[in-house]
Design a binder for this molecule. Structure first.
Ligand code: G6Q
Length: 549
């Protein structure tokens, strides 16, 4: 047994789970009309209603005790103090400094990083304003109309998600495109019909060594040079990186390198200059509003008492289902088309951060860590996988994200969208008993034999827990709040599980092996020193490739 599973707080929760397991939320709501008031919390216009969970007040007390026992508050303070909490890489985890909108200094290794942060924000402002005003021009003197972000993972997912979410803030004459996959189709299809004279490439890479990004950047540069000559590179390529030397080697003017720092983790870097494409497309003011939103959530996380702290509550509920109910999946379901990419973004944030198997001391853990996360926008998702959520045999915890207002004045659409949002969480909680189904069918005049046949299929168990997160409107501010909420939730879960949420060694092995396979794919030598499956696949692919060519 690990120290965690053996601990008093964990053991108390195990015993409490046996009391809660048989209870139905239907009855909990019938017994207590104040559940919404008791189990909801607000922060700067954002609401979390967690009353539709399989919890009582005692559950929340016991979960809070677990949080205290695991040192969540101390760990949070260490993060905000710039301590090297990423222990395997010996780094601070300080993305909160990127969106610190207060006058408070933020120190790493005794040095205030805020002057550097502000200097880069100013550099971003000068550049984005020049591009947006048409003062920064391509080599032939035409203004920029398309921004192509070349990056992958943390240098792509947050930017694409934010720009998709904030599409209504985009001007018609300046639009983003993205190249991430090393598959040439991604590059070719993205560049199709693009006018090189009005295209600006951002090579976004913290290390500037990532295989996919460097190959894509090199191919994009060839595409440009072929059309406009090598002189064009300095007017059509800028970089975001921590690696000045490599940026210069690539041929990008160091004045147009936007720096950030090793204390910004890849998947936490959207707030840094990695967000340059966001600032270009929606404007620096809007980008800064996004930082404001994240800062508001940081302040909530930093100062709200544990029992009213949104990210802590969400983290604890996740642990409740993952470790005590034994559920391995978590769904995130935004009811807003602009947030369609949000679940995909969260997959990296959550699964790369908390998909870990050893604790901070390197010992294998004897409990589940990060869940498998999936999701899609409602109402579309209702017509695909919701069947399983309502009547399947697998349970999962769920976050529904509802947005009260829409940017477009088609009121009927918004009413129907919101009614579906509300109806789904209600249906998941209440379910429908066989008696109710039978009564309904009787009232419709159906015969007994037919009712016997159909009633089990129309019965819903209910008791499926959901969080409802409600925002007033999808704006830069609320998007910033929402992202920061999930970042902190993931952080708290990492503390509870005693794992390092800030490394990602799990992605290394495949990368290493791929390097060794390249020569085998390219050469004509007999395949040696491979397992039978890999060797068989290699031979088969090489044969197909030859036939193809
Ligand atoms: C995120 C990871 C990873 C990283 C990409 C791109 O936390 O570190 O997704 O962002 O591998 O790395 P570069 O920005 O260095 O190209």
């Amino acid at each position: 047994m690990s120290a965690l599973t053996d601990s008093p707080a964990w053991q108390a929760l195990l015993a409490h789970h046996r009391e809660i397991e048989p209870l139905h939320m239907r009855d909990l709501f019938a017994q207590d009309t104040m559940r919404f008031e008791k189990f909801s919390v607000r922060s700067s216009g954002l609401l979390l209603d967690y009353s539709k969970n399989r919890i009582t007040e005692k559950t929340m007390e016991l979960l809070s005790t677990l949080a205290r026992q695991c040192g969540v508050i101390e760990a949070r303070d260490h993060m905000f103090a710039g301590d090297h909490i990423n222990s395997t890489e010996d780094r601070a985890v300080f993305h909160v400094a990127l969106r610190n909108r207060s006058e408070r200094p933020m120190k790493v290794d005794g040095r205030d990083v805020m002057p550097d942060v502000r200097a880069v924000l100013n550099q971003m402002r000068r550049f984005t304003e020049a591009v947006r005003r048409g003062e920064w021009q391509g080599i032939t003197g035409r203004p920029i109309k398309t921004v192509v972000n070349i990056g992958i993972g943390g240098s792509d997912l947050g930017v694409i998600m934010a720009l998709q979410s904030l599409r209504s803030y985009q001007r018609d004459d300046l639009s983003p495109r993205f190249i991430s996959n090393v598959d040439s189709s991604h590059l070719v299809e993205t560049l199709r019909n693009l006018d090189p004279e009005t295209t600006l490439f951002i090579v976004a890479s913290k290390t500037f060594t990532t295989q996919e990004t460097m190959l894509n950047a090199t191919s994009a540069r060839s595409w440009l040079v072929k059309r406009l000559g090598s002189e064009a590179v300095r007017k059509h390529f800028v970089a975001v990186s921590t690696n000045e030397e490599k940026v210069a080697d690539f041929g990008i003017d160091p004045d147009y390198m936007f720096p950030f720092w090793d204390w910004v983790g890849g998947r936490y870097s959207t707030w840094s200059a990695i967000g340059l494409a966001i600032a270009l497309v929606i404007g620096m003011d809007k980008f800064e509003e996004m930082l404001e939103g994240a800062h508001a959530m940081d302040e909530h996380f930093r100062t709200a008492p544990l029992e009213n702290n949104m990210p802590i509550i969400m983290a604890l509920l996740g642990v409740w289902y993952a470790n005590f109910f034994g559920w391995s999946t978590h769904a995130v379901l935004p009811y807003d088309q602009y947030l369609t990419r949000f679940p995909q973004y969260l997959q990296q944030l959550d699964m790369e951060s908390n998909g870990k198997r050893v604790d901070l001391q390197g010992r294998p853990v004897d409990y589940s860590t990060g869940p498998i996360l999936f999701g899609h926008a409602g109402t579309n998702a209702q017509h695909s996988f919701f069947q399983l959520l309502h009547q399947g045999q697998q349970d999962c915890s769920m976050d529904f994200i509802g947005v009260a207002n829409n940017h477009h004045p088609l009121r009927e659409h918004q009413t129907i969208l919101l009614s579906n949002f509300l109806a789904q969480t209600k249906a998941l909680m209440l379910g429908k008993t066989e008696e109710e189904v039978r009564a309904e069918l009787h009232a419709k005049g159906m015969g007994e034999a037919e009712i016997d046949k159909i009633a089990p299929h129309k019965t819903f168990p209910g008791n499926k827990p959901t969080n409802s997160i409600v925002l007033p409107l999808v704006t830069p501010f609320t998007v910033g709040q929402l992202l920061a909420l999930y970042e902190h939730k993931v952080f708290v879960q990492g503390i509870l599980w005693n794992i390092n949420s800030f490394d990602q060694w799990g992605v290394e092995l495949g990368k290493e092996l791929a390097c060794g396979i390249v020569p085998k794919l390219m050469g004509d030598e007999e395949i040696m020193n491979e397992d039978a499956s890999t060797a068989g696949l290699l031979r088969y692919m090489k044969r197909l490739k030859k036939e193809f060519i």
